[in-house]
Design a protein around this ligand. Structure first.
Ligand code: SGN
Ligand code: CA
Length: 530
Protein backbone atom coordinates (compact mmCIF):
# COMPACT_ATOMS: atom_id res chain seq x y z
CA UNK A 1 0.00 0.00 0.00
CA UNK A 2 2.77 2.39 1.04
CA UNK A 3 4.75 1.54 -2.05
CA UNK A 4 1.68 2.21 -4.15
CA UNK A 5 1.17 5.59 -2.52
CA UNK A 6 4.83 6.57 -3.00
CA UNK A 7 4.62 5.61 -6.69
CA UNK A 8 1.45 7.65 -7.06
CA UNK A 9 3.07 10.66 -5.40
CA UNK A 10 6.12 10.33 -7.65
CA UNK A 11 3.93 10.12 -10.73
CA UNK A 12 2.02 13.22 -9.58
CA UNK A 13 5.27 15.12 -8.97
CA UNK A 14 6.55 14.15 -12.39
CA UNK A 15 3.32 15.24 -14.05
CA UNK A 16 3.32 18.59 -12.32
CA UNK A 17 6.96 19.20 -13.34
CA UNK A 18 6.22 18.28 -16.93
CA UNK A 19 3.09 20.42 -17.09
CA UNK A 20 4.90 23.42 -15.56
CA UNK A 21 7.70 23.14 -18.07
CA UNK A 22 5.21 22.86 -20.89
CA UNK A 23 3.26 25.93 -19.93
CA UNK A 24 4.76 28.92 -21.69
CA UNK A 25 4.93 32.31 -20.00
CA UNK A 26 3.31 35.13 -21.92
CA UNK A 27 4.53 38.73 -21.94
CA UNK A 28 2.20 40.99 -23.87
CA UNK A 29 3.78 44.37 -24.57
CA UNK A 30 1.28 46.90 -25.90
CA UNK A 31 2.17 50.53 -26.43
CA UNK A 32 -0.20 53.39 -27.20
CA UNK A 33 -0.61 54.82 -30.72
CA UNK A 34 2.56 53.26 -32.14
CA UNK A 35 2.31 53.31 -35.95
CA UNK A 36 3.85 50.37 -37.85
CA UNK A 37 5.47 53.05 -40.08
CA UNK A 38 7.64 53.88 -37.06
CA UNK A 39 9.14 50.40 -36.56
CA UNK A 40 12.20 49.67 -38.66
CA UNK A 41 11.33 45.95 -38.93
CA UNK A 42 8.43 47.06 -41.15
CA UNK A 43 10.90 48.48 -43.62
CA UNK A 44 10.34 52.18 -42.99
CA UNK A 45 13.19 54.66 -42.82
CA UNK A 46 11.72 57.11 -40.32
CA UNK A 47 13.51 55.66 -37.31
CA UNK A 48 15.43 52.70 -35.97
CA UNK A 49 13.89 50.40 -33.35
CA UNK A 50 16.60 47.77 -32.81
CA UNK A 51 14.93 46.04 -29.87
CA UNK A 52 11.43 45.70 -31.25
CA UNK A 53 13.10 44.47 -34.43
CA UNK A 54 14.71 41.64 -32.44
CA UNK A 55 11.26 40.08 -32.15
CA UNK A 56 10.97 39.95 -35.94
CA UNK A 57 14.49 38.59 -36.36
CA UNK A 58 13.93 35.86 -33.77
CA UNK A 59 10.23 35.30 -34.46
CA UNK A 60 7.32 36.52 -36.56
CA UNK A 61 6.34 39.85 -38.13
CA UNK A 62 2.67 40.30 -39.05
CA UNK A 63 2.24 42.59 -42.04
CA UNK A 64 -1.57 42.81 -42.09
CA UNK A 65 -2.58 42.82 -38.42
CA UNK A 66 -5.50 45.15 -37.69
CA UNK A 67 -7.73 46.30 -34.84
CA UNK A 68 -11.51 46.00 -34.75
CA UNK A 69 -12.04 49.55 -33.39
CA UNK A 70 -9.19 52.03 -33.75
CA UNK A 71 -9.40 53.85 -30.45
CA UNK A 72 -7.67 53.17 -27.19
CA UNK A 73 -10.08 51.97 -24.59
CA UNK A 74 -12.34 49.93 -26.90
CA UNK A 75 -9.33 48.29 -28.50
CA UNK A 76 -8.01 47.23 -25.10
CA UNK A 77 -11.41 45.83 -24.16
CA UNK A 78 -11.40 43.77 -27.36
CA UNK A 79 -7.97 42.36 -26.55
CA UNK A 80 -8.96 41.46 -23.01
CA UNK A 81 -12.26 39.81 -23.92
CA UNK A 82 -11.66 38.45 -27.42
CA UNK A 83 -15.03 39.97 -28.33
CA UNK A 84 -16.08 42.85 -30.59
CA UNK A 85 -16.97 46.21 -29.04
CA UNK A 86 -20.69 45.67 -29.68
CA UNK A 87 -20.47 42.49 -27.56
CA UNK A 88 -18.08 43.52 -24.74
CA UNK A 89 -19.89 46.86 -24.38
CA UNK A 90 -16.91 49.23 -24.56
CA UNK A 91 -17.74 51.26 -27.65
CA UNK A 92 -15.80 54.48 -27.00
CA UNK A 93 -13.27 56.02 -24.63
CA UNK A 94 -16.07 57.36 -22.42
CA UNK A 95 -18.68 55.43 -20.43
CA UNK A 96 -18.32 52.44 -18.15
CA UNK A 97 -16.66 49.06 -18.61
CA UNK A 98 -17.89 45.79 -17.16
CA UNK A 99 -14.82 44.23 -15.53
CA UNK A 100 -17.15 41.49 -14.24
CA UNK A 101 -17.22 39.82 -17.65
CA UNK A 102 -14.73 37.11 -18.54
CA UNK A 103 -11.29 38.14 -19.80
CA UNK A 104 -8.04 36.53 -20.86
CA UNK A 105 -6.27 37.24 -17.56
CA UNK A 106 -9.06 35.58 -15.59
CA UNK A 107 -8.67 32.50 -17.80
CA UNK A 108 -4.91 32.39 -17.21
CA UNK A 109 -5.32 32.90 -13.46
CA UNK A 110 -7.86 30.09 -13.27
CA UNK A 111 -5.38 27.87 -15.12
CA UNK A 112 -2.74 28.38 -12.41
CA UNK A 113 -0.81 31.29 -13.90
CA UNK A 114 0.41 34.30 -11.96
CA UNK A 115 -1.03 37.35 -13.69
CA UNK A 116 -0.11 41.04 -13.72
CA UNK A 117 -0.86 44.23 -15.62
CA UNK A 118 1.48 47.24 -15.43
CA UNK A 119 1.13 50.48 -17.41
CA UNK A 120 -1.71 52.04 -19.37
CA UNK A 121 -5.09 50.33 -19.66
CA UNK A 122 -7.49 53.29 -19.95
CA UNK A 123 -10.55 51.36 -18.81
CA UNK A 124 -12.59 52.69 -15.87
CA UNK A 125 -12.87 50.60 -12.71
CA UNK A 126 -10.34 48.35 -11.03
CA UNK A 127 -8.87 45.63 -13.24
CA UNK A 128 -10.07 42.10 -12.55
CA UNK A 129 -8.18 38.90 -13.31
CA UNK A 130 -4.79 40.10 -12.08
CA UNK A 131 -2.79 38.99 -9.03
CA UNK A 132 -1.12 42.36 -9.30
CA UNK A 133 -1.94 45.55 -11.16
CA UNK A 134 -0.48 49.04 -11.30
CA UNK A 135 -2.15 51.05 -14.02
CA UNK A 136 -1.83 54.64 -15.13
CA UNK A 137 -4.65 56.90 -14.14
CA UNK A 138 -6.66 57.53 -17.33
CA UNK A 139 -4.35 58.44 -20.20
CA UNK A 140 -1.41 58.72 -17.84
CA UNK A 141 1.32 61.34 -17.82
CA UNK A 142 4.80 61.28 -19.36
CA UNK A 143 6.49 62.93 -16.39
CA UNK A 144 5.93 61.84 -12.78
CA UNK A 145 2.88 59.70 -13.59
CA UNK A 146 0.19 58.55 -11.13
CA UNK A 147 -0.73 54.88 -10.90
CA UNK A 148 -3.83 53.18 -9.54
CA UNK A 149 -2.98 50.09 -7.57
CA UNK A 150 -4.66 47.38 -5.48
CA UNK A 151 -7.70 48.67 -3.64
CA UNK A 152 -7.85 51.75 -5.88
CA UNK A 153 -4.96 53.50 -4.11
CA UNK A 154 -3.20 56.20 -6.09
CA UNK A 155 0.58 56.47 -6.09
CA UNK A 156 2.79 59.00 -7.85
CA UNK A 157 6.13 57.82 -9.23
CA UNK A 158 8.87 60.31 -9.86
CA UNK A 159 10.59 60.11 -13.22
CA UNK A 160 9.85 59.45 -16.88
CA UNK A 161 6.99 57.05 -17.65
CA UNK A 162 8.97 54.49 -19.69
CA UNK A 163 11.44 53.99 -16.83
CA UNK A 164 8.81 54.06 -14.14
CA UNK A 165 6.81 51.37 -15.94
CA UNK A 166 9.82 49.16 -16.74
CA UNK A 167 11.07 49.40 -13.14
CA UNK A 168 7.73 48.11 -11.90
CA UNK A 169 7.73 45.32 -14.48
CA UNK A 170 11.21 44.28 -13.40
CA UNK A 171 10.31 44.37 -9.75
CA UNK A 172 7.31 42.15 -10.39
CA UNK A 173 9.39 39.69 -12.42
CA UNK A 174 12.06 39.64 -9.69
CA UNK A 175 9.57 38.86 -6.95
CA UNK A 176 7.09 36.60 -8.76
CA UNK A 177 6.25 33.09 -7.55
CA UNK A 178 8.79 31.08 -9.50
CA UNK A 179 6.88 27.83 -9.35
CA UNK A 180 4.05 29.32 -11.41
CA UNK A 181 4.04 30.25 -15.11
CA UNK A 182 3.21 33.91 -15.67
CA UNK A 183 0.97 36.06 -17.85
CA UNK A 184 2.18 39.65 -17.88
CA UNK A 185 0.60 42.63 -19.60
CA UNK A 186 3.26 45.34 -19.94
CA UNK A 187 1.73 48.51 -21.37
CA UNK A 188 4.00 51.50 -22.09
CA UNK A 189 2.32 54.89 -22.34
CA UNK A 190 4.21 56.35 -25.28
CA UNK A 191 3.91 57.47 -28.02
CA UNK A 192 0.45 58.90 -27.25
CA UNK A 193 -0.25 62.60 -27.77
CA UNK A 194 1.43 64.94 -26.72
CA UNK A 195 4.59 62.98 -27.54
CA UNK A 196 6.83 64.18 -24.72
CA UNK A 197 10.26 62.56 -25.08
CA UNK A 198 12.77 61.91 -22.32
CA UNK A 199 15.80 64.23 -22.26
CA UNK A 200 18.31 61.65 -23.47
CA UNK A 201 16.46 61.51 -26.82
CA UNK A 202 15.69 65.19 -27.26
CA UNK A 203 18.33 65.58 -29.96
CA UNK A 204 17.98 62.23 -31.70
CA UNK A 205 16.06 63.49 -34.74
CA UNK A 206 16.88 67.21 -34.64
CA UNK A 207 19.18 66.99 -37.66
CA UNK A 208 16.86 64.82 -39.70
CA UNK A 209 14.52 66.35 -42.29
CA UNK A 210 11.33 64.39 -42.81
CA UNK A 211 9.63 64.40 -46.18
CA UNK A 212 5.88 64.88 -46.25
CA UNK A 213 4.01 61.66 -47.11
CA UNK A 214 2.59 61.58 -50.65
CA UNK A 215 -1.03 62.01 -49.46
CA UNK A 216 -0.27 64.92 -47.07
CA UNK A 217 -2.23 67.40 -49.19
CA UNK A 218 -5.16 65.03 -49.76
CA UNK A 219 -8.22 66.92 -51.08
CA UNK A 220 -10.70 64.28 -49.75
CA UNK A 221 -12.55 64.25 -53.08
CA UNK A 222 -15.52 61.84 -53.00
CA UNK A 223 -14.89 61.26 -49.28
CA UNK A 224 -17.03 63.74 -47.31
CA UNK A 225 -16.53 61.89 -44.02
CA UNK A 226 -12.77 62.17 -44.38
CA UNK A 227 -13.10 65.85 -45.30
CA UNK A 228 -14.84 66.87 -42.09
CA UNK A 229 -12.41 65.35 -39.55
CA UNK A 230 -10.53 67.58 -37.14
CA UNK A 231 -7.17 65.89 -36.93
CA UNK A 232 -5.28 67.77 -39.57
CA UNK A 233 -1.66 68.66 -38.90
CA UNK A 234 -2.13 71.99 -40.67
CA UNK A 235 -5.49 72.94 -39.13
CA UNK A 236 -5.72 71.21 -35.78
CA UNK A 237 -2.25 70.52 -34.43
CA UNK A 238 -1.64 73.03 -31.66
CA UNK A 239 1.60 75.01 -31.54
CA UNK A 240 1.95 75.13 -27.75
CA UNK A 241 0.28 71.89 -26.71
CA UNK A 242 1.33 69.47 -29.45
CA UNK A 243 4.43 71.18 -30.74
CA UNK A 244 5.89 72.53 -27.46
CA UNK A 245 6.12 76.19 -28.51
CA UNK A 246 5.00 77.29 -25.04
CA UNK A 247 6.79 80.62 -24.96
CA UNK A 248 7.14 82.25 -21.55
CA UNK A 249 6.01 85.60 -23.03
CA UNK A 250 2.66 84.06 -24.07
CA UNK A 251 2.88 85.48 -27.59
CA UNK A 252 2.33 82.30 -29.56
CA UNK A 253 -1.37 81.74 -30.23
CA UNK A 254 -2.78 78.50 -28.86
CA UNK A 255 -6.21 77.10 -27.97
CA UNK A 256 -4.58 74.76 -25.48
CA UNK A 257 -1.99 76.92 -23.77
CA UNK A 258 -3.38 76.07 -20.35
CA UNK A 259 -3.19 72.31 -21.02
CA UNK A 260 0.38 72.72 -22.24
CA UNK A 261 1.25 74.74 -19.14
CA UNK A 262 -0.23 72.04 -16.87
CA UNK A 263 1.96 69.38 -18.46
CA UNK A 264 5.00 71.60 -18.00
CA UNK A 265 4.13 72.48 -14.40
CA UNK A 266 4.05 68.81 -13.51
CA UNK A 267 7.79 68.51 -14.00
CA UNK A 268 10.27 69.11 -11.18
CA UNK A 269 12.96 71.79 -11.45
CA UNK A 270 15.56 69.46 -12.90
CA UNK A 271 13.15 68.12 -15.50
CA UNK A 272 12.05 71.67 -16.38
CA UNK A 273 15.66 72.78 -16.79
CA UNK A 274 16.41 69.93 -19.20
CA UNK A 275 13.16 70.63 -21.07
CA UNK A 276 13.89 74.36 -21.38
CA UNK A 277 17.45 73.74 -22.50
CA UNK A 278 16.10 71.83 -25.47
CA UNK A 279 12.88 73.64 -26.36
CA UNK A 280 13.69 77.28 -25.59
CA UNK A 281 16.16 77.70 -28.49
CA UNK A 282 13.58 76.04 -30.77
CA UNK A 283 10.89 78.44 -29.58
CA UNK A 284 13.22 81.37 -30.15
CA UNK A 285 14.04 80.20 -33.65
CA UNK A 286 10.36 79.65 -34.43
CA UNK A 287 9.46 83.15 -33.29
CA UNK A 288 12.25 84.63 -35.39
CA UNK A 289 11.32 82.81 -38.58
CA UNK A 290 7.53 82.52 -38.09
CA UNK A 291 6.98 80.16 -41.04
CA UNK A 292 3.69 80.47 -42.93
CA UNK A 293 1.65 78.39 -45.40
CA UNK A 294 3.42 75.35 -46.80
CA UNK A 295 6.56 76.18 -44.88
CA UNK A 296 4.61 76.09 -41.64
CA UNK A 297 3.06 72.77 -42.63
CA UNK A 298 6.51 71.33 -43.27
CA UNK A 299 7.79 72.75 -39.98
CA UNK A 300 4.82 71.33 -38.03
CA UNK A 301 5.23 67.91 -39.60
CA UNK A 302 8.92 67.85 -38.75
CA UNK A 303 8.37 68.93 -35.14
CA UNK A 304 5.65 66.30 -34.79
CA UNK A 305 7.88 63.56 -36.22
CA UNK A 306 10.85 64.51 -34.05
CA UNK A 307 8.92 64.32 -30.79
CA UNK A 308 6.79 61.32 -31.76
CA UNK A 309 9.77 59.25 -32.87
CA UNK A 310 11.92 60.25 -29.87
CA UNK A 311 9.16 59.08 -27.53
CA UNK A 312 9.21 55.69 -29.25
CA UNK A 313 12.91 55.28 -28.55
CA UNK A 314 12.22 54.87 -24.82
CA UNK A 315 9.59 52.23 -25.56
CA UNK A 316 12.10 50.37 -27.70
CA UNK A 317 14.63 50.53 -24.84
CA UNK A 318 12.01 48.96 -22.56
CA UNK A 319 11.55 46.06 -24.97
CA UNK A 320 15.33 45.61 -25.03
CA UNK A 321 15.47 45.49 -21.24
CA UNK A 322 12.68 42.93 -21.17
CA UNK A 323 14.33 40.67 -23.76
CA UNK A 324 17.70 40.91 -21.97
CA UNK A 325 16.04 40.12 -18.66
CA UNK A 326 14.36 37.01 -20.08
CA UNK A 327 17.67 35.83 -21.55
CA UNK A 328 19.68 36.51 -18.40
CA UNK A 329 17.15 34.58 -16.34
CA UNK A 330 16.86 31.64 -18.74
CA UNK A 331 13.25 32.47 -19.45
CA UNK A 332 13.58 33.31 -23.14
CA UNK A 333 13.02 29.79 -24.52
CA UNK A 334 9.77 29.28 -22.71
CA UNK A 335 8.27 32.77 -22.96
CA UNK A 336 6.03 34.09 -25.70
CA UNK A 337 6.80 37.78 -26.18
CA UNK A 338 4.37 39.88 -28.18
CA UNK A 339 4.75 43.52 -29.20
CA UNK A 340 1.75 45.45 -30.47
CA UNK A 341 -0.05 48.78 -30.10
CA UNK A 342 -3.66 49.54 -29.23
CA UNK A 343 -3.98 50.83 -32.81
CA UNK A 344 -1.96 52.45 -35.54
CA UNK A 345 -1.55 56.18 -36.15
CA UNK A 346 -1.37 58.69 -38.99
CA UNK A 347 2.09 60.10 -39.49
CA UNK A 348 0.98 62.75 -41.95
CA UNK A 349 -0.86 60.42 -44.35
CA UNK A 350 -3.98 62.30 -45.58
CA UNK A 351 -2.50 65.28 -43.71
CA UNK A 352 -3.38 63.78 -40.31
CA UNK A 353 -2.28 62.81 -36.84
CA UNK A 354 -4.50 60.59 -34.62
CA UNK A 355 -6.37 57.43 -35.68
CA UNK A 356 -10.08 56.33 -35.64
CA UNK A 357 -10.60 55.83 -39.39
CA UNK A 358 -10.63 52.41 -41.03
CA UNK A 359 -8.01 53.62 -43.52
CA UNK A 360 -4.85 51.50 -43.34
CA UNK A 361 -2.47 53.49 -41.11
CA UNK A 362 -4.76 53.47 -38.08
CA UNK A 363 -6.70 50.29 -38.89
CA UNK A 364 -3.45 48.38 -39.01
CA UNK A 365 -1.37 47.85 -35.91
CA UNK A 366 2.18 46.58 -35.43
CA UNK A 367 2.39 42.94 -34.37
CA UNK A 368 5.58 41.00 -33.69
CA UNK A 369 5.88 37.78 -31.75
CA UNK A 370 8.67 35.59 -30.51
CA UNK A 371 8.47 32.04 -29.16
CA UNK A 372 11.56 30.00 -30.02
CA UNK A 373 9.84 26.68 -29.32
CA UNK A 374 7.30 27.15 -32.10
CA UNK A 375 8.16 30.15 -34.25
CA UNK A 376 11.04 30.06 -36.72
CA UNK A 377 13.25 33.18 -36.80
CA UNK A 378 12.40 35.57 -39.61
CA UNK A 379 8.82 34.36 -40.15
CA UNK A 380 6.52 36.79 -42.02
CA UNK A 381 2.75 36.43 -41.82
CA UNK A 382 0.38 38.36 -44.07
CA UNK A 383 -2.89 36.77 -42.85
CA UNK A 384 -5.64 39.17 -41.74
CA UNK A 385 -5.30 38.58 -38.00
CA UNK A 386 -6.86 41.10 -35.59
CA UNK A 387 -6.47 42.18 -31.99
CA UNK A 388 -9.71 40.21 -31.51
CA UNK A 389 -7.63 37.03 -31.88
CA UNK A 390 -5.04 37.61 -29.15
CA UNK A 391 -6.99 36.11 -26.23
CA UNK A 392 -7.73 32.86 -28.09
CA UNK A 393 -4.18 32.59 -29.38
CA UNK A 394 -2.60 32.95 -25.94
CA UNK A 395 -5.02 30.46 -24.41
CA UNK A 396 -4.27 28.01 -27.20
CA UNK A 397 -0.52 28.23 -26.49
CA UNK A 398 -1.17 27.73 -22.77
CA UNK A 399 -3.43 24.73 -23.30
CA UNK A 400 -6.45 26.55 -21.87
CA UNK A 401 -9.86 25.62 -23.33
CA UNK A 402 -11.09 28.63 -25.33
CA UNK A 403 -14.57 29.63 -24.10
CA UNK A 404 -17.17 29.08 -26.83
CA UNK A 405 -18.49 32.67 -26.74
CA UNK A 406 -15.11 34.17 -27.68
CA UNK A 407 -15.24 35.68 -31.18
CA UNK A 408 -11.51 35.73 -31.96
CA UNK A 409 -9.63 32.73 -33.31
CA UNK A 410 -6.26 31.32 -32.38
CA UNK A 411 -3.50 32.05 -34.90
CA UNK A 412 -1.05 29.63 -33.27
CA UNK A 413 -1.33 27.38 -36.32
CA UNK A 414 -0.20 30.27 -38.53
CA UNK A 415 2.91 31.09 -36.56
CA UNK A 416 4.06 27.51 -36.14
CA UNK A 417 3.17 26.82 -39.76
CA UNK A 418 1.00 23.77 -39.06
CA UNK A 419 -2.00 25.16 -40.96
CA UNK A 420 -2.14 28.26 -43.11
CA UNK A 421 -5.92 28.51 -43.56
CA UNK A 422 -7.36 31.75 -42.18
CA UNK A 423 -10.35 34.10 -42.53
CA UNK A 424 -10.18 36.08 -45.75
CA UNK A 425 -11.63 39.23 -44.15
CA UNK A 426 -11.36 41.58 -41.18
CA UNK A 427 -14.33 43.47 -39.70
CA UNK A 428 -14.28 46.97 -38.20
CA UNK A 429 -16.57 49.24 -36.15
CA UNK A 430 -16.08 52.79 -34.84
CA UNK A 431 -18.55 54.68 -32.63
CA UNK A 432 -16.91 57.66 -30.92
CA UNK A 433 -19.02 60.37 -32.59
CA UNK A 434 -20.06 63.03 -31.83
CA UNK A 435 -16.59 63.34 -30.36
CA UNK A 436 -13.06 64.66 -30.41
CA UNK A 437 -11.50 64.84 -33.90
CA UNK A 438 -14.94 64.57 -35.52
CA UNK A 439 -14.59 61.15 -37.15
CA UNK A 440 -18.04 59.82 -37.96
CA UNK A 441 -19.36 56.44 -36.94
CA UNK A 442 -18.55 53.76 -39.44
CA UNK A 443 -18.17 50.07 -39.96
CA UNK A 444 -16.55 48.12 -42.74
CA UNK A 445 -14.91 45.01 -44.06
CA UNK A 446 -11.60 44.42 -45.72
CA UNK A 447 -10.16 41.55 -47.70
CA UNK A 448 -6.52 41.48 -48.67
CA UNK A 449 -7.35 43.54 -51.75
CA UNK A 450 -10.64 45.43 -51.26
CA UNK A 451 -12.16 47.52 -48.51
CA UNK A 452 -15.79 48.59 -48.11
CA UNK A 453 -16.71 51.22 -45.50
CA UNK A 454 -20.08 52.67 -44.47
CA UNK A 455 -20.20 56.03 -42.64
CA UNK A 456 -23.57 56.56 -40.95
CA UNK A 457 -25.30 58.64 -38.24
CA UNK A 458 -25.58 62.15 -39.74
CA UNK A 459 -24.21 60.87 -43.07
CA UNK A 460 -24.83 57.88 -45.27
CA UNK A 461 -21.65 57.44 -47.26
CA UNK A 462 -20.15 54.32 -48.76
CA UNK A 463 -16.53 53.98 -49.80
CA UNK A 464 -14.80 51.21 -51.73
CA UNK A 465 -11.04 50.89 -52.20
CA UNK A 466 -8.82 48.70 -54.32
CA UNK A 467 -5.78 48.47 -52.04
CA UNK A 468 -3.61 46.97 -54.75
CA UNK A 469 -4.20 49.79 -57.23
CA UNK A 470 -4.61 52.53 -54.64
CA UNK A 471 -2.69 51.73 -51.43
CA UNK A 472 -3.08 55.34 -50.27
CA UNK A 473 -6.89 55.03 -50.33
CA UNK A 474 -7.65 58.24 -52.14
CA UNK A 475 -9.86 56.88 -54.95
CA UNK A 476 -13.29 56.00 -53.68
CA UNK A 477 -14.51 53.48 -56.27
CA UNK A 478 -17.96 52.88 -54.84
CA UNK A 479 -19.71 54.39 -57.88
CA UNK A 480 -17.06 53.47 -60.44
CA UNK A 481 -18.65 51.44 -63.23
CA UNK A 482 -15.76 48.94 -63.45
CA UNK A 483 -16.13 48.02 -59.80
CA UNK A 484 -19.84 47.19 -59.56
CA UNK A 485 -19.17 43.43 -59.40
CA UNK A 486 -16.61 43.93 -56.62
CA UNK A 487 -19.03 46.24 -54.81
CA UNK A 488 -21.78 43.58 -54.84
CA UNK A 489 -19.32 40.91 -53.71
CA UNK A 490 -18.08 43.09 -50.83
CA UNK A 491 -21.62 43.99 -49.75
CA UNK A 492 -22.48 40.29 -49.60
CA UNK A 493 -19.37 39.59 -47.54
CA UNK A 494 -20.16 42.46 -45.21
CA UNK A 495 -23.72 41.19 -44.63
CA UNK A 496 -22.43 37.68 -43.93
CA UNK A 497 -19.78 38.90 -41.52
CA UNK A 498 -22.17 41.13 -39.61
CA UNK A 499 -24.58 38.21 -39.27
CA UNK A 500 -21.74 35.93 -38.14
CA UNK A 501 -20.60 38.31 -35.39
CA UNK A 502 -24.10 39.48 -34.45
CA UNK A 503 -23.77 43.12 -35.50
CA UNK A 504 -26.64 45.02 -37.13
CA UNK A 505 -28.13 48.43 -37.94
CA UNK A 506 -30.64 47.90 -35.11
CA UNK A 507 -27.78 47.54 -32.67
CA UNK A 508 -26.18 50.72 -34.05
CA UNK A 509 -29.50 52.53 -33.61
CA UNK A 510 -29.66 51.35 -30.01
CA UNK A 511 -26.06 52.50 -29.33
CA UNK A 512 -26.79 55.85 -30.95
CA UNK A 513 -29.79 56.38 -28.75
CA UNK A 514 -27.71 55.60 -25.66
CA UNK A 515 -24.94 57.99 -26.71
CA UNK A 516 -27.36 60.82 -27.34
CA UNK A 517 -29.03 60.24 -23.97
CA UNK A 518 -25.63 60.25 -22.25
CA UNK A 519 -24.74 63.53 -23.98
CA UNK A 520 -28.04 65.05 -22.75
CA UNK A 521 -27.36 63.89 -19.18
CA UNK A 522 -23.87 65.41 -19.33
CA UNK A 523 -25.29 68.71 -20.66
CA UNK A 524 -27.91 68.86 -17.86
CA UNK A 525 -25.30 68.12 -15.20
CA UNK A 526 -23.07 70.85 -16.61
CA UNK A 527 -25.98 73.35 -16.51
CA UNK A 528 -26.79 72.42 -12.91
CA UNK A 529 -23.22 73.00 -11.79
CA UNK A 530 -22.94 76.36 -13.58
C1 SGN B 1 -7.02 62.29 -26.07
C2 SGN B 1 -6.29 63.09 -27.14
C3 SGN B 1 -6.86 62.81 -28.51
C4 SGN B 1 -6.94 61.34 -28.75
C5 SGN B 1 -7.72 60.68 -27.63
C6 SGN B 1 -7.87 59.22 -27.76
N1 SGN B 1 -6.39 64.46 -26.85
O1 SGN B 1 -8.31 62.76 -25.87
O2 SGN B 1 -6.05 63.44 -29.47
O3 SGN B 1 -7.56 61.05 -29.98
O4 SGN B 1 -7.05 60.94 -26.43
O5 SGN B 1 -6.63 58.59 -27.71
S1 SGN B 1 -5.44 65.05 -25.73
O6 SGN B 1 -5.59 66.51 -25.78
O7 SGN B 1 -5.82 64.54 -24.43
O8 SGN B 1 -4.07 64.65 -26.04
S2 SGN B 1 -6.63 57.15 -27.16
O9 SGN B 1 -5.36 56.55 -27.53
O10 SGN B 1 -6.78 57.25 -25.74
O11 SGN B 1 -7.74 56.49 -27.79
CA1 CA C 1 -4.20 54.61 -28.30
Amino acid sequence: MNKYLILLALAFLLMSCVSKDNKPNVVFVMSDDHAYQAISAYGGTLNHTPNIDRLAQDGALFTRATVTNSICSPSRAVMLTGKHSFVNGRLANSGSFDWGQDNVAKQFKAAGYQTAMIGKIHLPGLPQGFDHFSVLEGQGKYYNPDFIQEGGKKKRYKGYCAHVIWDQVKEWLDTREEEKPFFLMYHPKAPHRTWMPEPRYFDLFEDKEFELPASFYDDYKNRPSAAKQKMSIVEDMDLCYDLKMLDKEGEIKSRYRRNAQNLYNRMDDKQKAAWDKHYEPLIKEFKQTMPKGKELAQWKYNRYMRDYLSSIQSVDDGVGKLLDYLEENNLDENTIVVYTSDQGFYLGEHGWFDKRFMYEQSFRTPLLMKYPKEIKPGTTIDALVQNLDFASTFMDFAGIDIPSDIQGESFRKLVNNTDTTWRDFAYYTFYEYPGEHNVNRHYGITTKRYKLIHFYYDEDNWELYDLKEDPQEINNLYDHEDYQGIRTMMHQKLDDVRAKYGDSDDLNQEFLQKTLEAIEVRKKKKKQTQ
